[in-house]
Design a binder for this molecule. Structure first.
Ligand code: SF4
Ligand code: SF4
Length: 241
């Protein structure tokens, strides 16, 4: 996908479709990835900094995300689910081209939550935005509302699902910041893959902790949100764009 900076706003389709969840799967587990006796706290806000200067466009983050969460393609690029995708930005004046990984930006004021008629689209106290697929009716209002085109509708039957990332045909899904890993004290799969390959273009952590890696990185230089004019106070930030 190639977009100018000004065009970086997403409009989805609005058709209504039925929901078909695979039998035996507890999709609510995703919404409640943290164990019930360990409450999610607003004392934390999880965030992700992507330093485009260090990104070498290797695609390791995309591959790791989709492997971790069982997101498989069906050779239908227009409709295949994508939890993270590469977006190419071109400066119209200079012609300068950059490619950056884009996933759910985990907005503090998420438009996808505001428009959801069932409450399926919600934000945890720690800032992670999720979909409770048990009550998602597949209306796709959230896809239309998301300015980052971060959400996908599941068009196909889902097979070989991961227990920690159940998916359902007829529902909407997006990056969960690998909530199952975060709740287990790990970093998201994309961050782990980026670091493993030595690029270290992604830093994950608690934005409310001044001593966290991400807070120190953010304090050490400039960074930006995508479409800061929307005032969504995204949890995902970028450096170098
Ligand atoms: S990036 Fe899109 S899906 Fe994610 S919280 Fe913001 S509006 Fe919702
Ligand atoms: S598609 Fe699902 S999560 Fe999105 S607005 Fe409709 S019911 Fe809510």
């Amino acid at each position: 996908m190639s977009l100018s900076r000004r065009e970086f706003i997403g409009i989805g389709s609005a058709a209504v479709a039925g929901m078909a969840l695979s039998p035996g799967l507890r999709l609510v587990d995703l919404a409640q990835a943290r164990s019930p006796d360990e409450a999610v706290t607003s004392l934390k806000r999880w965030g992700l900094l992507v330093d485009i200067n260090k990104c070498n466009d290797c695609n390791a983050c995309v591959t790791a995300c989709h492997e971790e969460n069982g997101v498989v393609g069906h050779d239908r690029p227009a409709t295949d689910a994508q939890w993270i995708r590469k977006v190419t930005l071109k400066d119209k004046q200079t012609g300068y081209v950059q490619t950056l990984p884009v996933m759910c930006q985990h907005c503090e004021e998420p438009p996808c939550v505001d428009v959801c008629p069932t409450g399926a689209s919600f934000k945890r106290a720690d800032g992670i935005v999720l979909v409770d697929k048990h009550i998602c009716i597949g209306c796709r209002y959230c896809m239309m509302a998301c300015p980052y085109k971060a959400r996908s509708f599941v068009h196909e039957d889902t097979t070989d699902q991961k227990p920690h990332a159940p998916r359902g045909k007829g529902t909407v899904e997006s990056c969960t910041l690998c909530v199952h890993r975060v709740d287990a004290g790990k970093v998201p799969a994309c961050v782990e893959a980026c670091n493993k390959d030595g690029n270290k273009a992604m830093v994950f952590g608690d934005l409310k902790d001044r001593n966290s890696d991400i807070s120190k990185h953010l304090a050490s230089g400039s960074s930006t949100q995508l479409r800061p004019d929307l005032n969504l106070n995204t949890g995902v930030r970028y450096r170098g764009i």
